[in-house]
Design a protein around this ligand. Sequence first.
Ligand code: FMN
Length: 162
Amino acid sequence: MKLKILVGTMTSTADYVAQAIQMDCADLVSDIEVQLMDGLEINVFDNAVEGDAIYLICSSTYGQGDVPDNARGLYDSLDAQPKFLGHVRYGVIALGDRTYQQTFAFGGKKFDERLQGLGAQRIGEIWCHDASAGTLPETEGAAWCREWLALVLSSASNAETA
Ligand SMILES: Cc1cc2nc3c(=O)[nH]c(=O)nc-3n(C[C@H](O)[C@H](O)[C@H](O)COP(=O)(O)O)c2cc1C
């Protein structure tokens, strides 16, 4: 299985989380790729057709609950060039700050909404990190991802035996 982590970030926190996952989860998944969302469009999900790729959206939140600037192209393309993504399995890490009460972690949540709308299948719950909590997103994110990958792997083996 290949894990592809797509990173939406303004000040690199989401990138550090993705890199921590890449190092920490190498024993669970041999092939982990971290890719910034810059320049990406909906066809980034075409890879899922080729093999058993799983995607992890790792995005922070800016403005009034918007996706970061580097994620805008990909996010918009899910709306502007829609296609059925029923073959895509994904998880979401949504970084935010609870002091923005009305829009907490909306960047990741907005990706989730659009992906669900195109038929993609989210595995597990969205994991949110609150920057105002004073906890380390890299450490917590990597720990969450280990549990999430266990869920992904068990859902894959259940599907094989079904
Ligand atoms: C100008 C600005 C606007 C923000 N807007 C929101 C927001 O609307 N909702 C939210 O949950 N977090 C918001 N945040 C918090 C960031 O999403 C959070 O600090 C995140 O960890 C940053 O990750 P990054 O370094 O990968 O961009 C905002 C931060 C800044 C500096």
